[in-house]
Design a protein around this ligand. Structure first.
Ligand code: HEC
Length: 325
């Protein structure tokens, strides 16, 4: 009998001791417990995203608060009657928002971290927004470097994901490349591309180190906030006045000469000499092939079409009589 009372008293004491502690903020959870919320359109003024704190019993007495300063300027959280925190983007979200919510019921608290990625659906990409010269764009400037040097098979493409790092799309570059917008020294991706130790540097030897120019592009992008702004490269001003054969046409079409030179003149076309280029310009085949106009063969053979601006410049030179200028 006494023993039972003793055990009960001990349990009660432990219980009391447990209760004397102030409810404290729960420990930060591992990244795997982050909830990721992505707005579903590019301008989501009314898209409501509900971040439920589901590890705790939610009753009318549950309280919620943000455990980190709430992100400002891109939207805001409000509590709705069904006890979930609603993130309402204001349509201008360009940064990654990571925030933490604490829900408390009596002395029991739990936290949920959520990361909200800016929207990037391809079908709503703005067209006609000219690229600004002083802005580094993720898709236009950063992604090609990562695709060339990091995001391939056995390394950091989505399928391989070496060490969990995926560098072939914006949200994964931010999360797994551990990019801290505006902060170079806290951005893991910047740290590893600038390491000197061959054991730590990325890409690892024997792959060549990124060039200074490439490193600067990534650095500038992070310092500008590691945003995912879009611009339309085709709406850049395209100067088609006074196009020179020597300084523009010849270098712009230099890659064609691998198949169009003396001794290897595909289709009988030699683009390695002015005379040959002039002939193809005059008979319409040059413009027909690069503008992919039927019935001409599409050139460059087996490769992507030349850029719109390049094609316009070549056309302007042809229209001017394809001079040897
Ligand atoms: C990989 C080799 C290769 C490359 C690179 C290449 N071509 Fe061609 N091109 C050919 C071959 C082969 C033909 C003949 C195709 C045929 O007749 O089926 C041809 C045909 C043409 C023709 C004649 C088309 C027609 O329908 O009359 C033009 C003009 C031409 N190429 C221009 C270019 C230009 C300009 C470039 C670079 C922007 C280029 N080519 C790059 C292989 C190439």
């Amino acid at each position: 009998m006494n023993r039972v009372i003793l055990i009960q008293a001990t349990i009660f004491l432990i219980f009391l001791l447990g209760c004397t502690h102030e409810p404290s903020l729960p420990p930060v959870k591992p990244v795997s417990s982050y909830k990721t919320v992505t707005p579903s359109c590019a301008t989501c003024p009314t898209d409501l995203l509900c971040a439920n704190v589901d590890d705790i019993v939610i009753t009318t007495s549950t309280t919620f608060k943000a455990c980190e300063p709430q992100p400002s300027g891109q939207g805001s959280f409000v509590m709705d009657p069904s006890f979930c925190y609603i993130w309402t983007p204001n349509g201008q979200q360009t940064d990654i928002v990571t925030t933490c919510i604490v829900a408390c019921n009596g002395s029991i608290c739990d936290s949920t971290y959520i990361t909200i990625y800016p929207p990037m659906p391809v079908d709503t990409m703005p067209t006609g927004v000219p690229c600004k010269e002083d802005v580094i764009y993720f898709e236009k400037d950063v992604l090609p470097i990562l695709n060339q040097s990091c995001a391939y098979t056995a390394c950091h493409n989505t399928a391989s994901a070496a060490e969990g790092v995926i560098l072939d799309n914006y949200s994964k570059v931010i999360s797994t490349g551990r990019v801290k917008p505006f902060n170079l020294s806290k951005s893991k991706i910047y740290e590893v591309i600038t390491k000197n130790d061959p054991d730590d540097i990325m890409p690892p030897p024997p792959s060549p180190k990124l060039t200074t120019i490439q490193i600067n592009i990534i650095a500038q992008w992070i310092l500008q906030g590691a945003k995912n702004e879009m611009c339309d490269i085709n709406s850049q001003p395209c100067n088609t006045v006074n196009i020179s054969y020597a300084t523009y046409i010849k270098p712009a079409l230099a890659s064609c000469t691998s198949c169009h030179r003396a001794g290897n003149a595909g289709g009988g076309i030699n683009l390695d000499s002015y005379a040959g280029m002039k002939a193809a310009a005059d008979n319409g085949r040059l413009y027909g092939s690069i503008s992919w106009t039927p019935p001409y063969k599409t050139m460059p053979q087996g490769s992507a079409k030349l850029g719109d601006c390049t094609i316009k410049k070549i056309k302007s030179w042809i229209d001017a009589g394809a001079p040897n200028n």
